[in-house]
Ligand binder design. Structure first.
Ligand SMILES: *Cc1c(COP(=O)(O)O)cnc(C)c1O
Length: 493
């Protein structure tokens, strides 16, 4: 049982020691305006240092993390975040900067920005990148605002954004916020874009077609060149949702496939911290024709050093205060510099190899959604468990008992009972083999003791929650009543 820190408060208990005052004390009322004075004491918990350390250490252990266990959450690329990234981001020369410092005093950081932009542009085959957007979804919005500004400049902002029905939910949301109507096109049997539906949807009102490649089914969209031609023939732009770049980096470049705009999720592909709504980064790359519309400020390199170009006549303006989540960007920069050109490519190859290893080793236990080689992730379903009444949700919950974070489930929406597994390149063969063994045990349980799965998990701090209520009205107290009595715990090997 972990009480709130406020409930641990004991009057008079302290977690600090201060030396005796060596300057004269003054009454705050003589120096501060009345409105700034407290009428009663702040209600802070009175606790010792040890109380605080134990409380927060225990809370941190209730969390699932990539640093403790395998986290095969499809689409999200939960790869390990190397500690060297943290070391660099912790250097005082970077972390103690203020965003309003004169540029002459932040030349090192501006160099990092400049070089990261260049590296991403080269890797993706785009003319330029902005590092400003704070997440993938924010990048989508920036990209669509750039498209809007571009079309408006050409005389007509156009009306619609087209998406495949396999798109991530952020795509239609971003398009709506950017002021567009959303039109969805069907996918074919292997989850690829249905070209005749696309053709029927495209017209002079189309501003952008947003594509995810590899698709959200983890398969490479082989018709991408044809799609690019169709989109460009009506004067529209082709947008890449780059969340799945972990399957492409170093192997193939979006610019070469015909994409005009794209975003990256640095917290996925480039190993920066991810989750819990924490800081992220969603840089946006564009082709040459779109560079005048990028957000400001832009980092420029001149003979005198690096500078910030604060205004630009056609720019969409700012996407946020200042210039992006700088220390997240620095972590991605560190990651890329550590790996180098060869390392980045090798990681991609191993990510694809690992996913295909799981696909082949698990296909006897779980139905593979589309039976062909995958990219960096693979979708299974609970079709083989259906006759026992076991659903994907039950399998996912049972995995928690064995110490694995569940994969992404019920996404993409077009696959029934989807279970999307993405191992990433950072996991060893030993980890994957153990996971494969566990998944076979769970598949066995589904046949012999389906009831056990339907009530899993048994070992977690909380069991099955009303997920909507939990998200809207989070109750952060860990109550013993939410734990099942020991006697009814299922055996976990
Ligand atoms: C994660 C993801 C997004 C959204 O990115 P955030 O950084 O979470 O905002 C968009 N599309 C796809 C396919 C994704 O996997």
């Amino acid at each position: 049982m972990e009480n709130l820190i406020f409930e641990k408060s004991q009057p008079g208990r302290k977690g600090y020691q201060l030396p005796a005052l060596d300057v004269p004390s003054i009454d705050p009322a003589t120096v501060l305006p009345k409105a700034s004075l407290r009428t009663r004491l702040a209600e802070l918990p009175e606790v010792s240092e040890l109380d605080v350390v134990r409380h927060y250490t225990r809370l941190s252990q209730l969390n699932f993390s990539i640093d403790t266990n395998f986290y095969p959450l499809g689409s999200c690329t939960m790869k390990y975040n190397p500690k060297v990234n943290e070391q660099i981001a912790n250097l005082t020369g970077f972390k103690a900067l203020h965003p309003l410092q004169p540029t002459s005093t932040v030349q090192g950081f501006l160099q990092v920005y400049y070089e990261l932009e260049r590296m991403l542009s080269e890797m993706c085959g785009m003319a330029e990148f902005t590092l400003q957007p704070s997440a993938g979804a924010h990048g989508e919005l920036a990209g669509l605002l750039i498209a809007r500004a571009y079309h408006k400049y050409k005389g007509n902002p156009r009306k619609t954004v087209i998406l495949p029905d396999s798109a991530h939910g952020t795509n239609p949301a971003s398009a709506m916020i950017a002021g567009y109507n959303v039109v969805t096109v069907k996918s074919d049997a292997r989850g690829a874009v249905d070209l005749s539906s696309l053709k029927a949807a495209l017209n002079q009102d189309t501003a952008v077609f947003m594509l995810t490649n590899p698709s959200t089914l983890g398969l490479f969209e082989k018709q991408v060149k044809e799609i690019a031609k169709m989109v460009h023939d009506v004067g529209a732009l082709l947008y890449l949702d780059g969340a799945n770049m972990n399957a492409l980096v170093g192997l193939i470049r979006p610019g070469d496939m015909g994409f005009d705009i794209m975003h990256l999720n640095l917290h996925k592909t480039f190993s920066t911290p991810h989750g819990g709504g924490g800081p992220a980064a969603g840089p946006v790359g564009v082709s040459q024709a779109l560079t005048p519309f990028l957000p400001v400020p832009r980092v420029r390199k001149t003979e005198q050093g690096y500078s910030l170009e604060e205004t630009s006549p056609l720019s969409i303006g700012k996407m946020r205060a200042f210039n992006g989540n700088s220390l997240i960007l620095l972590r991605a920069y560190t990651y890329i510099r550590c790996l180098g050109r060869e390392g980045v490519r090798k990681n991609t190859e191993i990510a694809i190899l690992n996913a295909n290893y799981l696909r082949v080793k698990l296909q006897d236990a779980f139905q593979v959604a589309i039976d062909e080689p995958c990219m960096h992730e693979c979708i299974f379903t609970a079709a083989k468990q259906k006759s026992k009444g076991v659903k994907t949700l039950d399998i996912a919950k049972r995995m928690l008992d064995y110490g694995y974070h569940p994969p992404t489930i019920y996404f993409p929406l077009i696959v029934e009972e989807a279970m999307m597994i993405e191992p990433t390149e950072t996991e060893s063969k030993q980890t994957l083999d153990q996971f494969i063994e566990t998944m076979h045990v769970i598949a066995q349980e589904a046949q012999t003791d389906p009831e056990k799965l339907k009530h899993a998990p048994y070992t977690t701090p909380v069991r099955r929650l009303d997920e909507v209520k939990a998200a809207r009205e989070p109750n952060l107290r860990w109550k013993p009543s939410s734990i099942i009595p020991t006697s009814s715990k299922a055996g976990v090997s």
